[in-house]
Design a protein around this ligand. Structure first.
Ligand SMILES: *[C@@H]1O[C@H](CO)[C@@H](O)[C@H](O)[C@H]1NC(C)=O
Ligand SMILES: *[C@@H]1O[C@H](CO)[C@@H](O)[C@H](O)[C@H]1NC(C)=O
Ligand SMILES: *[C@@H]1O[C@H](CO)[C@@H](O)[C@H](O)[C@H]1NC(C)=O
Ligand SMILES: *[C@@H]1O[C@H](CO)[C@@H](O)[C@H](O)[C@H]1NC(C)=O
Ligand SMILES: *[C@@H]1O[C@H](CO)[C@@H](O)[C@H](O)[C@H]1NC(C)=O
Ligand SMILES: *[C@@H]1O[C@H](CO)[C@@H](O)[C@H](O)[C@H]1NC(C)=O
Ligand SMILES: *[C@@H]1O[C@H](CO)[C@@H](O)[C@H](O)[C@H]1NC(C)=O
Length: 792
C-alpha cells in the first residue's frame, strides 16, 4: 500500500496550491474572506488557527480551533463568534475597520457580529499562542479578546468569571447553543443548569446538598475559575478538578459537553486524539434533561455514551430524530379512579415537579392521593413512608442503588399488557449490546495516517519536495509500526482512566516493595502515583491476550462506577507486564477485619448492605458478563469509613483470554467454601453463583467463623464434614426461641451488641442466598431491597 499512498501524495503536492500565508495577525483595513480557506490566522506556535469554520451546507462561523486535527480528521473548535447565526459561504468576511472595529458581515451586506470596541489608537488582531484572539493596540492595551466570551470551552489560563458562562453545543455537529450552562450562581457557587425549552433546573452541585456539603463555599465572592497547563482546574467556591495526567501539556481544554457534563481533555500526541482526563459528574444519568420527559436513563457501560434512554411503559418516543423531546403518552388518562391503576418501576427516580411532599404516608394513602388528583400521572415513593405525587415525569434515571420506586398511573385496561413490568422495562440484554463492545477502530487508522501526513505537508508549506518525501516515508513507516502496537481509538472511561508506563508504576511502588495482598490473580502492591494519589497496584499473572482486548476489557471495567465497587484508575500493558491500578483502601479487606475483630454490629450490617448494592449493580446493569464468581471476604475492601467496595470483578476476563473455549465460563472459578453447587454439578452458571457466595460471606460476618472447615477459629466444633450452612441451620432448627439460637451462632466478639430486627433479616436473607437450588435464591437487588426495608 505504500506506493499508491505515495503517488497520491505526490499528486496532491503537485496539484493543490499550498497555503501561502501563515499570518498570526491582521492589520487595520484588511479582512479574511469566507471563500478563501487559506486566509487563516495561525498562532506563532502553530497550535491554534482562527478563521471561517464550516458548520453546515454553505454555513460558516468565525472560530478558533486546534490546528492539528485528531485521528479522524476532525478539528476541535474552542471558540465561535456567531454560533447561532452562521454566515453564507459566499462573500461573507471578517474585517478590521480603520476605526478599530472588528466586524463580521454576511454575504457582504449585514453585520452579524461586531466587537464594538472603538479605540483611538491603531489596533491589530492577534492570535496568541494561548488560543486567545486579541484586538490590541501597538502599546499593548487589549481592547477586546475572545477569552472574554467563551462558548463551550475554556483553555488554560482563560478565566471563567462572574460575567462569563459556558454554553454547550446542541449536538456533536450542530454548534448552536445547547441547553446546558456552566456559571457562577447568585450565591457564588459554580453550577451547572439544564435550561431547556420548557423547564430548567440546576443539577450540579446536587440541589439537595447545601453548598458546603458539596464541598463548596458561598463566601468567596471573587467568582473566578481557572484551568492551568498542568491540568488543574480550581474555582473560587472551592471546587477542584485535577486531570489524571497531571503535568505540563500545551493541548488541554475544559469543555461543557453536549450531554451536560463538564470534562477535562488532553490531546494524546501519539494517538492524535483527545482523551478525557477528568469530569465533574461521574453519574451521567443524573444530568437533568438528558433523556427528555417520560423517559428513563440507564447505564450501559461499553456503549458509546455509557448510557441509554428508554420510554417508560405506556409511552412512546416523540421525535425519533431528536431524543431530547422524550416520550409522550400513548393513552388518554381518565379522571375516573375506577379506570386507572398503578404500575411499579423499581429503583427509578424522577426528580422534581411534585405536587408536594407527603411524609408519613402509607403506600395505600399515596395511591389514593394520586387517584384523587386528576393531573397526577404517577408518584414517587421513598423510604416506605414519603409520598411525592407527580405532575410531570422529568429527569428520570434508574439505578439499583436508588432506594425508591415510581408508581405509574396507567389506564386499567393497558395495565394488563405490562403483567411482567420489570422485564418489559428492563434493558434489552440481547446480543446487540455485547456487539457494541466490539471495537470498531481499525478502519479509522489508514485514514488517520494519511490525514496526519497531509496535515504535515500542509503545515510545512513551501519546503522542497524531496525533503517532504523523505519525511513522509519516515512518517509512514513509523505510522505503520504504530498500527501494530498502538492502542485502538477507543474512548477511554471518563473518570480519568488511563494508561500507565511500567517505569511509572515501578517508581510509584518503589520497585514493588510494599506487598499488601496476594491472590489467584496476582500480587497487589501499595504505591503513590505522581499526582500523590495512593493506589493499589495489581500485577496480573497469566494474562496473554493482545492489548486491544486487554484495554477493551479493562476500560469497560474502569468505566463502571458505583460507590460499592472498587474504582480502577488505569492499567499498564508493556511487554509481558500486565498491571491494574486501583484506588487504595485504608482498612484493607473484610477478611483482615474479621480476623482482628474490628467490626461492631453496625459496621457489619452496613458492609452487608453495601456489598449487596455493589453486586446488584454488576448484575443488574446488563453486565451479566461481569459476574464476579469469586465473592469472598478477601475481595471485599473497606475504605476509611468502613464502607465496603467489591474488588476483583471482571478479572477473569483479563486472564485466560487467549484460551481454550470462548463459550461461557468453561472453567471452574472461585474459592473453596464460597462456591455455589452449580460449579460441582455442572449446571449453568448465572449471577446466582455470586448470590450464593454472598450468603456465605454474610454468615461468616454474623458468626465470625470461616466457612472452610479446617480454618475454624471458633470453638463450637464444626466438624470437618459439617459446613457452616448446615451448622447454622442445625442451630436454628433445634432452637425454641429466635433470640436463643441467634445468641448461639453470633460472633462472641460482638458481645451481644446488635439490633435484633436487623439480625433476623440478615440471617434469613443469608440463608435464602445459600439455597441449593439457584432459583430459590433472591437476586442481588432483591437482597438490597430486603435489607433496606428495615434500614429506613
Ligand atoms: C456560492 O457558492 C457556491 C459554491 O461554493 C456556488 O455554487 C454558488 O453559485 C455561489 N452563489 C453565488 C450567488 O455566487
Ligand atoms: C477567593 O478565591 C480566590 C480565587 O480562588 C482566592 O485567590 C482568594 O484568596 C479567595 N478569597 C478568600 C477570602 O478565600
Ligand atoms: C424532530 O426534531 C427535529 C430536530 O430537532 C426537528 O427538526 C423536527 O421538526 C422535529 N419533529 C417534530 C415532529 O417535532
Ligand atoms: C415544550 O412544551 C410545548 C407545549 O407544551 C410542547 O409542544 C413542546 O414539545 C415542548 N418542548 C419540548 C422540547 O419538550
Ligand atoms: C385521546 O383523545 C383524543 C381526543 O380527545 C382522541 O383523538 C385520541 O384518539 C385518544 N387516544 C386514545 C389512545 O384513545
Ligand atoms: C409520623 O408518624 C409517627 C407515628 O405514627 C409520629 O410519631 C410522627 O410524629 C409522624 N411524623 C410526622 C412528620 O407527621
Ligand atoms: C439487534 O440486531 C438485530 C439485527 O442486527 C436487529 O434486527 C434488532 O433490532 C437489534 N435489536 C436492538 C434492540 O437493537
Amino acid at each position: 500500500m505504500d506506493a499508491p499512498v505515495l503517488l497520491l501524495l505526490l499528486a496532491l503536492l503537485l496539484s493543490s496550491p499550498l497555503p501561502s500565508s501563515t499570518l498570526d495577525s491582521l492589520s487595520q483595513g484588511s479582512s479574511l474572506s469566507v471563500g478563501k480557506p487559506e486566509q487563516v490566522l495561525i498562532s506563532q506556535s502553530g497550535i491554534f488557527s482562527a478563521g471561517f469554520y464550516p458548520v453546515g451546507d454553505n454555513a460558516y462561523c468565525l472560530a478558533i480551533w486546534f490546528t492539528k486535527p485528531s485521528y479522524d480528521g476532525k478539528h476541535t473548535v474552542v471558540w465561535m463568534a456567531n454560533r447561532n447565526q452562521p454566515v453564507n459561504g459566499n462573500f461573507s468576511k471578517l474585517s478590521l475597520l480603520k476605526n478599530g472595529e472588528l466586524i463580521l458581515t454576511d454575504a457582504g451586506r449585514f453585520i452579524v457580529w461586531t466587537t464594538k470596541a472603538v479605540g483611538v489608537s491603531p489596533v491589530r488582531l492577534h492570535l496568541f499562542n494561548t488560543g486567545n484572539l486579541v484586538l490590541r493596540t501597538s502599546d499593548g492595551v487589549i481592547q477586546w479578546q475572545s477569552f472574554d466570551s467563551p462558548t463551550d470551552t475554556l483553555l488554560p489560563h482563560q478565566p471563567l468569571t462572574r460575567n462569563t458562562r459556558l454554553v454547550s453545543s446542541r449536538t456533536k455537529t450542530n454548534f448552536f447553543s445547547g441547553f446546558y450552562k456552566l456559571y457562577f450562581d447568585n450565591s457564588n457557587v459554580l453550577s451547572l443548569v439544564f435550561d431547556g425549552p420548557n423547564v430548567s433546573s440546576v443539577y450540579w452541585p446536587p440541589s439537595w446538598l447545601v453548598s458546603w456539603q458539596a464541598g463548596r463555599s458561598a463566601y468567596n465572592s471573587s467568582r473566578i475559575a481557572l484551568l492551568d497547563y498542568f491540568g488543574y482546574f480550581s474555582s473560587s467556591d472551592g471546587f477542584k478538578l485535577q486531570s489524571s495526567d497531571f503535568g505540563e501539556r500545551v493541548r488541554r481544554r475544559l469543555t461543557l459537553d453536549i450531554d451536560g457534563n463538564l470534562r477535562l481533555y488532553s490531546f494524546e500526541e501519539e494517538r492524535n486524539k483527545w482523551v478525557v482526563t477528568g469530569e465533574a459528574i461521574t453519574e451521567q444519568c443524573k444530568v437533568h434533561g438528558i433523556c427528555g420527559p417520560n423517559s428513563v436513563c440507564t447505564y450501559v457501560p461499553g456503549s458509546g455514551s455509557g448510557r441509554r434512554c428508554s420510554c417508560i411503559p405506556g409511552y412512546e418516543v416523540k421525535n425519533r430524530t431528536d431524543r431530547t423531546y422524550g416520550c409522550i403518552q400513548k393513552f388518554n388518562l381518565s379522571c375516573n379512579s375506577q379506570k386507572v391503576g398503578f404500575l411499579l418501576l423499581p429503583h427509578v427516580e424522577f426528580y422534581g415537579y411534585d405536587y408536594d411532599c407527603y411524609p408519613n404516608y402509607t403506600l395505600q394513602m399515596c395511591k389514593k392521593l394520586c387517584l384523587e388528583k386528576c393531573g397526577c400521572i404517577g408518584f414517587q415513593y421513598k423510604y416506605d413512608h414519603i409520598c411525592y405525587p407527580k405532575r410531570m415525569l422529568l429527569n428520570g434515571y434508574r439505578s439499583p442503588s436508588f432506594e425508591g420506586h415510581i408508581y405509574l398511573k396507567l389506564p386499567k385496561a393497558s395495565l394488563l399488557s405490562y403483567d411482567k413490568p420489570v422485564e418489559e422495562f428492563m434493558l434489552d440484554c440481547s446480543e446487540n449490546r455485547t456487539e457494541q463492545l466490539v471495537r470498531t477502530y481499525s478502519k479509522a487508522h489508514e485514514n488517520g495516517v494519511l490525514k496526519s501526513i497531509l496535515w504535515f505537508v500542509c503545515a510545512i508549506g513551501g519546503v522542497e519536495m524531496i525533503c517532504i518525501c523523505v519525511v513522509c516515508c519516515f512518517l509512514m513507516m513509523k505510522a505503520q509500526q504504530n498500527t501494530n502496537t498502538d492502542p485502538p481509538g477507543y474512548i477511554l472511561a471518563a473518570t480519568g482512566f488511563r494508561k500507565f508506563t511500567y517505569t511509572e508504576l515501578k517508581k510509584a511502588t518503589r520497585g514493588f516493595s510494599e506487598e499488601i495482598g496476594r491472590g489467584g490473580g496476582g500480587i497487589v502492591y501499595k504505591g503513590v502515583l505522581s499526582d500523590h494519589r495512593v493506589a493499589a497496584i495489581k500485577q496480573l499473572n497469566g494474562a496473554n491476550q493482545g492489548e486491544a482486548e486487554f484495554l477493551a476489557e479493562a476500560s469497560t471495567i474502569g468505566r463502571l462506577n458505583h460507590m460499592n465497587l472498587i474504582e480502577m484508575w488505569g492499567y499498564c500493558f508493556e511487554g509481558k507486564h500486565r498491571l491494574l491500578v486501583y484506588e487504595y483502601m485504608e482498612h484493607g479487606s473484610l477478611a483482615q477485619n474479621l480476623t482482628s475483630n474490628t467490626l461492631d454490629w453496625q459496621k457489619r450490617f452496613n458492609i452487608a448492605v453495601g456489598t449487596a448494592k455493589g453486586l446488584a449493580y454488576l448484575h443488574e446493569e446488563c453486565l451479566e458478563w461481569v459476574l464476579h464468581c469469586d465473592v469472598k471476604p478477601q475481595n471485599i475492601l473497606l475504605d476509611s469509613n468502613y464502607q465496603p467496595k467489591v474488588a476483583d470483578f471482571g478479572l477473569s476476563k483479563l486472564q485466560n483470554r487467549g484460551g481454550i473455549n470462548n463459550s461461557r465460563l468453561s472453567r471452574i472459578r472461585g474459592t473453596r467454601g464460597y462456591m455455589a453447587p452449580e460449579w460441582v454439578l455442572n449446571l449453568p452458571i448465572t449471577s446466582k453463583v455470586d448470590v450464593y457466595s454472598y450468603g456465605i460471606v454474610v454468615l461468616e460476618m454474623i458468626t465470625g467463623l470461616r466457612s472452610v472447615a479446617n480454618a475454624i477459629h471458633g470453638t463450637d466444633g464444626i466438624g470437618e464434614r459439617q459446613s457452616l450452612v448446615a451448622w447454622v441451620k442445625g442451630k436454628m432448627n433445634s432452637a425454641t426461641a429466635v433470640a436463643s439460637w441467634i445468641e448461639e451462632i453470633l460472633d462472641p466478639s460482638m458481645e451481644s451488641k446488635y439490633d435484633m430486627g436487623e439480625m433476623e433479616i440478615l440471617v434469613s436473607v443469608a440463608l435464602q442466598c445459600v439455597e441449593l437450588d439457584k432459583d430459590e435464591r433472591p437476586t442481588m437487588s432483591q437482597v438490597v431491597e430486603l435489607l433496606l426495608r428495615r434500614g429506613c
